[in-house]
Design a protein around this ligand. Structure first.
Ligand code: ZN
Length: 83
């Protein structure tokens, strides 16, 4: 008997916060613990919010404030729905 690895079976939950849509995506390169797309209605590209720990303490976002590590509303938004 072996184990079967079934990929891509998880159904991601999608949340709406105001004008934003938040969805969880696959992690990348084993550096993220959890990874989310945060997209505003009408925006071309989502911002990517990542957490490096399961407690969400180390968070990053691809928006201008997030890149400068100032903290941003996207991280707060993701925490508010996935906490
Ligand atoms: Zn942000």
């Amino acid at each position: 008997m072996g184990y079967y690895l079934i990929m891509n079976q998880a159904i991601a939950k999608v949340y709406s916060v105001g004008n934003y849509t938040i969805s969880e995506t696959d992690t990348k390169r084993d550096v993220d613990f959890r990874r989310f797309n945060v997209s505003k209605d009408g925006a071309r590209k989502p911002y990517v919010v990542t957490f490096q720990t399961n407690t969400g303490r180390k968070a990053a976002c691809s928006c201008p404030a997030g890149i400068r590590q100032l903290g941003c509303k996207h991280v707060v938004m993701v925490k508010s729905v996935y906490a």
